[in-house]
Design a protein around this ligand. Structure first.
Ligand SMILES: [Zn+2]
Length: 116
């Protein structure tokens, strides 16, 4: 099941359909491990104190990134879980491991006009 962080600060407005699709794909992987798919950050830019949450230029700002809770993933299955997640998402998405969460983003499309 997909749910939002219980603190109520996650903003979904402007989240791109590509990230919604990724969430549905990732939910299947979390389900396989009997874990909840918990969104900890979406498109919010500032915290309640007006401090920027993500880096300037972050794909969170444009709705092309989402953060998911990772602390409930058992150490024993961490490697296989991550492998399953990356395989399920394919090459268009990048999964970045942070201390407190997984950051998933859609890779910016390559402008083929400027590549050989
Ligand atoms: Zn993030």
């Amino acid at each position: 099941m997909i749910s939002l962080h219980e603190n109520g600060t996650v903003r979904m407005k402007g989240l791109k359909v590509e990230i919604l699709l990724a969430l549905l794909v990732m939910e299947q992987v979390f389900d396989k491990y009997h874990l909840g798919t918990i969104i900890t950050a979406g498109t919010e830019i500032y915290d309640k104190n007006g401090k920027r949450i993500h880096m300037i230029g972050s794909l969170h700002d444009t709705g092309y990134a989402v953060d998911l809770r990772s602390k409930h993933i058992p150490d024993a299955c961490w490697t296989t879980f991550l492998s399953d997640l990356r395989n399920a998402l394919g090459v268009e998405y990048q999964v970045i491991i942070h201390d407190t969460h997984l950051h998933i983003e859609l890779q910016p499309p390559i402008d083929r006009r400027f590549t050989a």
